[in-house]
Design a protein around this ligand. Sequence first.
Ligand code: ATP
Length: 214
Amino acid sequence: MHVIYGGTFDPIHHGHLRVAVELRERLSVDSVHLVPSHIPPHRGTPGGNSQDRLELLQLAVAGEPGLRIDTRELDREGQSYTADTLRQLRGELGADAPLAMVVGTDSFAGFDKWREWKTIPELAHIILVRRPGSELEEGSAPAAMLAERVTRSPADLHRQPCGRILEMDPPLLDISATGIRQRLEDGRSVRFLIPDPVLEQIRRRGLYREGRKA
Ligand code: ATP
C-alpha cells in the first residue's frame, strides 16, 4: 500500500515524525511518503519558503528509510489540490494498487469544502487520525461519509485500492508548527520539539524570524 501524508511542514517537527512512524508500523507498510504542500503567499507569518521547508524535511528524515519525501506538489506551479495529487499517483500506481492518504480530524471536519471531495474516496483510502479537541460535527457531510466507509481494520485497506476510511488513534505529541514558529519569533528555545539537524539549519539560515518574508 502507498501511504501519503501531506502538510505544510513549516517546519517539520517531532509530532509529524512520530505519527508517521506509528502509522507505518500499524499499517505494515515499508514507508510513508511525506508530501509538502505549497503555502499560499498571503499567509503573513514568517515561514519557510518551499526550498527551506524541503531542506528541513530532508534533514529530518535522513537515515530513516521508512519516511520518504514526495516533492510533486512543490514541483508543480501554484496551489495543488489533493484530488489532483491522488489522480497523478493513481496513474503511476495503476488501478488496483491500494493508495491511502492521512488526514487529521481537524482537517477532515471541513472535508466537504475540499475540491472534488466526493471523488477522493474513489481515488484513495483515507486514514483518519483522531486529534483531541477536534470532533466531527454530528450530521455533517464528512460525518456521513465516515459512517458509510469506516473501518478499524488496516487489513481492509490492503484488500482494495480505495474507498475505506480507517479511524486511528495513534499516540500524538502535543507539538504544532505554529507553536514552534512563535517560539522562534520570540527568541525562545525549540530544542527537543524538532530534530537537532533541523534546529541547526534553522539557526544557520536564520529562518522563522520576525520580518523575514515567507
Ligand atoms: P500549523 O501549526 O502551522 O497548522 P501543524 O503542526 O498542524 O502546522 P501541518 O504541516 O499543517 O502541521 O500538518 C500536517 C499534518 O500533520 C496535518 O494532518 C496535521 O493534522 C498533522 N499534525 C500536525 N501536528 C501533529 C502532531 N503533533 N501529531 C500528529 N499529527 C500532527
